[in-house]
Design a protein around this ligand. Structure first.
Ligand code: MCN
Ligand code: FES
Ligand code: FES
Length: 931
């Protein structure tokens, strides 16, 4: 007999008598029983702070407080008790005003934590704020923390009566919001806990909704001999155990496909099973063989544990070297190898100019080395979640964290046995993805369950499952040979890169291309030869991760450049400056970038660099060595090839409605849409709140493509501008003024307009054309219309006794074109730099048995990130970008890690060629350097 505990508590000032299981966690009592979904459930293990509330005046992580430990008559304050959208608390106001909110999933926890701090210490220093968040484990993956500290300092001033809470309209520039710090529309709701994420909406679904738990045998590679769910299906609450047989019964193929294969790949792209069936193979850890659908999460998980799966283990290939070794087992027996190398399924050569071999052979200075970039985990605080149901038109409707709703519709349709028109994909408000949702992670699984049960179905992964089962950044093994002449000018580049893509090919073609497109892209290198190989392994399937392919490539390239500078005997920044691409020079693909801002950026960085070097020399001691490093990154702002986007607009009595699928990870699609349309519609004098968004629903909005490749501000932005222009043309009267909505209706003029844009550039002859992609034999062509540029300066200290490296300051000069919203762009830059610091020093997902929680994966907390981050905006206007804008999302993660690793070398003379540069790796390198 299960027993329950009744307690009287006060929540947000109101008395409640709550009956709950003694072992229920307070977060679940608050969210599920009291319905206060402003408090979020992230890691569920005390590592992220998303669930923080104040109990009896003390900050607690409600996911680790059991109900039987909650004191009788406890007074609990949740985010809902602090303020409301129409009456914000000073902290909520300050978080909105400073741009401290991106996806907003961590925000309620941070705000409650800030409240507890200011209650205790009304006048903290920035460092005290940082210490507090570190101590209380407040984790944010989006913001890089700087604006959060700004928010607390500002709120503290308000609470001390030193500052007024002003209206956000004062942040406009005389009514203009383009180019301002105006807050994103969703921020107020995120700050008040009223912004429903997937797990919040799930609690409000119909009663008959089932919870789906996957059965994933713990193996990297094995044959499934038998799946026995006879006991599981008899367990309490179980409605159905779904297997591949149910998918076949619906005439599904049980396969889903990512990127349409290229003619150079030996796979057609259909490797991915929805559910692995008996007789087939599990090819990575976390692959599902069955899904239990039950009335509650507890019942579903208990029954999933009871499913017996008999497997025959196979050798696991966990890196490219093992996978390519002669005689290695095949991950897919039916997919031919390339060039006789086991498990290689695609190759992407690059041939620019002449073969550099001879020049490199006789060059006085040559660096030839190998570099390995790690399997970076995305580590979003919100775990993967989503639900499905049949809508009023009988469409299988999937509400998930999709960042490409149309693509997902197509990717899963055949596998599930439905035409795409019978699938509707809607993006839930989401707590960030950083790209992991470019492929379906749960859409196909939830879809299979909804079809098999006919009921609404919800699936949420806990943090361990989330980390283990979602895809990761592809590690690159890079072999680079680069040389310079006696004057320090680059003479040529040879490079080979091997891309570990796990067992699925999806998205791997564009990723592999990046190695060729961006290796030494900031520099003039006329002669290049090389090839990228994409390799199947049994490690995690890989996918987009912010700037995908870029950080890997710049890790190798920017280290090689530093090493070459050293050989030539030049300062690393001087050497870079000497070799920068200058107007007229081409990128590795042979195309010209649309602007050439690097020289000006280096000039800006120069005095800061010189100053930093002096400081490093002055600060270094025998124990703590200080160093300075630089790196340069360029990355694209549209999808590789002929990219296009749609966005529609409708004039209404109250303003306008935009229809598009600019998915919002948390980067600020809402602000992107509103800022762009507001500027394009300036003649109408609309207030921002008169621009409504109907976005990210395949049944309601046209296809704008994925929110990936930092493409949306440019691509969707241009489509928005096109739709606005068409609307304004229709509204314009002969005297130049504009018709009202009523006048348009009275005159029978349409009020709905379709905007469209196709990526456009100037070719090497200066002619306007669309992007073409690259030639399969040479890697030459016009893949990208717009680019982003970053010059990174890292100041690092290394404790040579412990091997601990710390980033003391980062500086980024960045050119993202004209800026739509400064608060958003700065947030993107801080957040990307923070992920670069994690990539350089801490983050990893090599060992699934170890790297399966935030701490073990090396999540960067606030004290890992310096408060001192300087951003320098260089805004070269783009000819083909809305009001001169390029993209921004991925620029800050292109090369910060390389600058940090170069700074470690500058500090203590060691080159870390495999990241992360953990203390043990640094100590080992120091030891070796002594030999
Ligand atoms: N922006 C601007 N001015 C510019 C360029 C961009 O104000 N000149 C703004 C845009 O309005 C938008 C944001 O910056 O709000 C990013 O725009 P853009 O670079 O076009 O990128 P996307 O909207 O296509 O977003 C995707 C990009 C990618 S590819 C990943 S991955 C990523 C990222 O953005 N994932 C993120 N940033 C993220 N930020 C958060 N918080 N969470 C993620 O998952
Ligand atoms: Fe409670 Fe992460 S600390 S959800
Ligand atoms: Fe902090 Fe997204 S805003 S995790």
């Amino acid at each position: 007999m299960k027993q329950y505990l009744r307690k009287s508590i006060k929540v947000n000032g109101c008395p409640h008598h709550v009956v709950a299981s003694p072992d229920a966690m307070l977060v679940n009592v608050i969210r599920k029983q009291l319905g206060l979904t402003g408090t979020k459930l992230g890691c569920g293990s005390g590592q992220c702070g998303a669930c923080e509330v104040i109990m009896n005046g003390k900050l607690v992580r409600s996911c680790i407080v059991r109900w039987d430990k909650v004191p009788q008559d406890a007074e609990i304050l949740t985010i809902e008790g602090l303020g409301r959208p129409e009456k914000l608390h000073a902290l909520q106001w300050a978080y909105v005003k400073t741009g401290a909110i991106q996806c907003g999933f961590c925000t309620p926890g941070f705000i409650m934590s800030s409240k507890a701090l200011l209650d205790e210490n009304p006048n903290p220093t920035r460092e005290e704020v940082r210490d507090w968040f570190q101590k209380n484990r407040n984790a944010c993956r989006c913001t890089g923390y700087v604006q959060i500290v700004d928010a607390v300092m500002l709120a503290a001033k308000v609470l001390r009566g030193e500052e007024e809470m002003t209206d956000f309209s004062e942040l406009t520039r005389d009514g203009k919001i383009w180019g301002s710090h105006y807050p994103r529309p969703s921020a107020v709701y995120k700050a008040t806990g009223t912004w429903d994420f997937g797990d919040d909406v799930a609690l409000k679904l119909p009663e008959e909704t089932l919870f789906a738990a996957c059965v994933c045998p713990e193996t990297h590679h094995a044959i499934v001999k038998k799946i026995d769910f006879s006991e599981a299906e008899k367990m309490p609450g179980v409605y159905k155990v779904v297997t591949a047989k149910d998918i076949y019964a619906n005439k599904g193929t049980n396969r889903i496909r990512g990127q349409v294969g290229s003619k150079t790949a030996t796979t057609n792209g259909w490797e991915r099973r929805i559910l692995v069936e008996e007789g087939d193979k599990i090819r990575q850890w976390g692959e599902a063989v069955a899904i239990v659908c039950a009335d509650t999460e507890e019942h579903a998980r208990a029954a999933a544990d009871a499913v017996k799966v008999e497997i025959e283990e196979l050798p696991a290939l966990l890196n490219v070297k093992d996978a390519m070794a002669p005689g290695a087992v095949k991950v897919h027996e039916d997919i031919p190898d390339i060039d006789g190398i086991p498990n290689v399924f695609n190759k992407r050569p690059i041939k620019k100019g002449n073969d550099p071999k001879e020049d490199l052979d006789k060059a006085p200075y040559v660096v030839e080395d190998e570099f390995y970039s790690s399997r970076q985990p995305h580590l979003t605080i919100e775990t993967d979640c989503g639900f499905g149901y049949f809508d009023e038109e009988g469409r299988l409707t999937l509400q998930t964290k999709s960042i490409c709703v149309y693509r997902h519709q197509l990717m899963i349709a055949r596998g599930l046995g439905l035409p795409p028109s019978k699938i509707r994909v809607i993006q839930n408000n989401m707590g960030a993805t950083f790209g992991y949702k470019v492929g379906p992670t749960n859409e196909h699984l939830i879809g299979a369950c909804v079809i098999a049960t006919g009921r609404p179905v919800y699936m949420r992964l806990d943090m361990k499952e989330h980390i283990i089962r979602t895809p990761k950044r592809s590690p690159f093994l890079m072999k680079i040979r680069v040389g310079a002449d006696e004057n320090g000018k680059l003479v040529g580049l040879e490079h080979y890169w091997y891309v570990d893509h796990g067992p699925y090919s999806e998205s791997s073609q564009d990723l592999t291309n990046k190695g060729g497109q961006f290796m030494l892209a900031p520099y003039k290198v006329n002669n290049i030869r090389g090839c990228g190989y994409t390799v199947f392994t049994n490690h995690k399937w890989c996918t987009a991760f912010r700037c995908y392919g870029g950080p890997q490539t710049y890790f190798g390239g920017e280290l090689a450049i530093d090493m070459l500078a050293e050989k030539v005997g030049m300062d690393p920044l001087d050497f870079r400056e000497k070799n920068l691409i200058q107007p007229g020079d081409t990128l590795p693909s042979g195309q010209r970038p649309e602007v050439y801002p690097l020289q000006a950026m280096v000039t800006h960085i120069r005095p800061l660099y010189e100053e930093a070097k002096k400081q490093a020399a002055a600060l270094s001691t025998d124990k703590i060595k200080h160093g300075v490093g630089v790196a340069i990154g360029i990355y694209n702002s549209n999808d590789d090839g002929p990219d296009e986007a749609n966005s529609h607009i409708e004039l209404t009595k109250d303003g306008v409605i935009l229809y598009n699928t600019w998915e919002d990870h948390g980067q600020g699609a809402d602000m992107g849409c509103v800022g762009t349309a507001h500027e394009a519609l300036r003649p109408l004098g609309l207030r921002p709140d008169q621009i409504k968004l109907v976005c990210n629903d395949t049944a309601k909005a046209p296809n704008s493509g994925a929110a990936a490749a930092s493409r949306s501000q440019v691509m969707v932005g241009m489509a928005i501008v096109d739709s606005c222009r068409k609307l304004l043309d229709a509204m314009r009267k002969p005297d130049g003024t504009h018709r009202t909505y009523d006048e348009m209706i009275a005159e029978g003029i349409p009020t709905y307009y379709e905007g469209y844009y196709k990526a456009t550039l100037r070719n090497v002859n200066g002619e306007v054309q669309h992007c073409t992609g690259m030639d399969d034999e040479t890697g030459q062509g016009y893949p990208f219309a717009n680019h982003m540029f970053g010059v990174f300066l890292a100041e690092v200290s290394v404790d040579v006794t412990t091997g601990e490296a710390k980033v003391d300051r980062m500086t980024l000069a960045c050119d993202v074109g004209k800026i739509n919203n400064y608060a958003v762009v700065e947030g993107q830059l801080y957040g990307g730099i923070a992920q670069g610091i994690g990539f350089a020093l801490k983050e990893n997902f090599e060992d699934v048995k170890k790297h399966n929680n935030l701490l073990a994966c090396g999540f960067p907390y606030i004290k890992d990130i310096p408060d001192n981050i300087r951003l320098i905006h260089m805004e070269s206007p783009r000819e083909f970008g809305p009001f001169g804008a390029s993209g921004t999302g991925e620029a800050p993660l292109s090369a910060p890690h390389a600058a940090i690793i170069n700074a470690i070398h500058n500090a203590c003379g060691i080159r870390i060629k495999t990241i992360p540069a953990t203390p043990d790796r640094i100590l080992k390198a120091l030891e070796e350097a002594k030999k």
